[in-house]
Design a protein around this ligand. Structure first.
Ligand SMILES: *Cc1c(COP(=O)(O)O)cnc(C)c1O
Length: 384
């Protein structure tokens, strides 16, 4: 596609990568190949597709598009973000050590702590905003450093390039859950990470109508191991779900522009509001890692968290008083959402070292008109 030409931009790749007109009909949209098997002309003579757990043309188009978004040769699609994360943990053996950010997605912590720990993986939960802590946690058995940046729900950043350099002598893989940023705002593989993971349920799908996950990577051997695990364990997405994610991705770049513009306006509004004690948003000058955010990200996205002066009770009432911001888990869709992590998404971390502040409220700022969003937040804060 780019022979002798300058590389295509992400806005263009989102629309075209992996998607050729259907060879049978010329259909411009990749068809939903709703089939489990493929007819062979003679035993073991087929057109590259044998069985849809192994490969499916709609999934293949999505996987090639996902790879292009993260500037990677390889992409793998999964039935959910957790299935993608679970498949990465399957690379390891009892006794292997994983360093993970102490502010990760609640489901990632639950999978590590309640499932993979009992299979013998050893986890250290560290503050990955602090390079010294990451360095001190590396042992001879360390096989993986698991990062989220920005983290969920406190919007803390990890310096991906610096941690990749730190990890290099140990041979540990660096994986980044890039769900919050999306590839439009941040490309971890170009910063030195080995693996990128997405919950495509969020910004990539973008319309709150599908659950899915993905892994993108550059190393061929590692890709072949993960592709083997994808087929062996079988947590693959169906073709209709792949179609929805492919369709969502077409507008990803446009949506991220609006999410980021609205996110910054909402963050500034909340920061100036007398009921608000703290706002966590990497695009604010007051964010402790704003300089790193500017270096590592193209823009700052639509996710932010806030703590009110009135503490937990005020936070819960705020999350229940908005009208346009719907009270719901999840994020990254066109519509604005609000939630209380302590009692909702992060309930599984409640009595652990990873527990979130019970007063924290998380907002996923959508792409509605900014004046309507600010008006909704103003009336909700006024009602406290
Ligand atoms: C939602 C989410 C996941 C899990 O993805 P699912 O598609 O819900 O399985 C993982 N990481 C982050 C940061 C998420 O927001």
């Amino acid at each position: 596609m780019t022979d002798g030409q300058p590389p295509l931009h992400i806005e263009t790749l989102a629309i075209h990568a992996g998607q050729i007109p259907d060879p049978t009909t010329g259909a411009i949209m990749t068809p939903i190949y709703q089939t489990s098997t493929y007819v062979q002309s003679a035993p073991a003579h087929h057109k590259g597709y044998e069985y849809s757990r192994t490969d499916n043309p709609t999934r293949k188009a999505l996987e090639d598009c996902l790879a292009a978004l993260e500037a990677a040769p390889y992409g793998l699609a999964f039935a959910s973000g957790m299935a993608a994360i679970d498949t990465i943990f399957r690379l390891f053996s009892p006794g292997d050590h994983v360093i993970a950010a102490n502010d990760v997605y609640g489901g990632t912590f639950r999978l590590a702590d309640k499932v993979w720990r009992s299979f013998g993986l050893d986890f250290s939960w560290v503050d990955t905003t602090d390079l010294a802590q990451v360095k001190a946690a590396i042992r001879p058995q360390t096989k993986l450093i698991w990062l989220e940046s920005p983290t969920n729900p406190r919007l803390m950043l990890a310096d991906i390039a610096a941690i990749a350099r730190l990890a290099q002598p140990s041979g540990a893989l660096v994986a980044v859950d890039n769900t919050f940023a999306s590839p439009v705002l941040q490309q971890p593989l170009t910063l030195g990470a080995h693996l990128v993971v997405h919950s495509t349920t969020k910004y990539l799908g973008g319309h709150s109508d599908v659950v899915g996950g993905a892994i993108m990577l550059r190393d061929k051997t590692l890709f072949e191991r993960l592709k083997f695990l994808q087929n062996a364990a079988g947590a693959v997405p169906g073709p209709s779900d792949c179609f929805l994610v492919l369709r969502g991705i077409k507008t990803l770049a446009l949506r991220m522009e609006r999410h980021s513009a609205n996110g910054l306006r909402v963050a500034r509004f909340l920061e100036d509001h007398p009921a608000v004690k703290a706002v966590y948003y990497p695009g604010l000058e007051s964010h402790p890692q704003h300089a790193l955010a500017k270096r590592q990200m193209r823009d700052f996205g639509g996710m932010l968290s806030v703590i009110l002066h009135g503490g937990t009770e005020a936070g819960k009432r705020f999350a229940s008083s908005t009208r346009l911001f719907s009270l719901a888990e999840s994020l990254g869709g066109v519509e604005s959402l609000i939630e209380h992590p302590y009692s909702m998404t992060h309930a599984s971390t409640a009595s652990s070292a990873l527990a979130v502040d019970p007063g924290l409220v998380r907002l996923s700022v959508g792409i509605e008109h900014i004046d309507d969003l600010l008006q909704d937040l103003r009336q909700a804060l006024a009602s406290l």
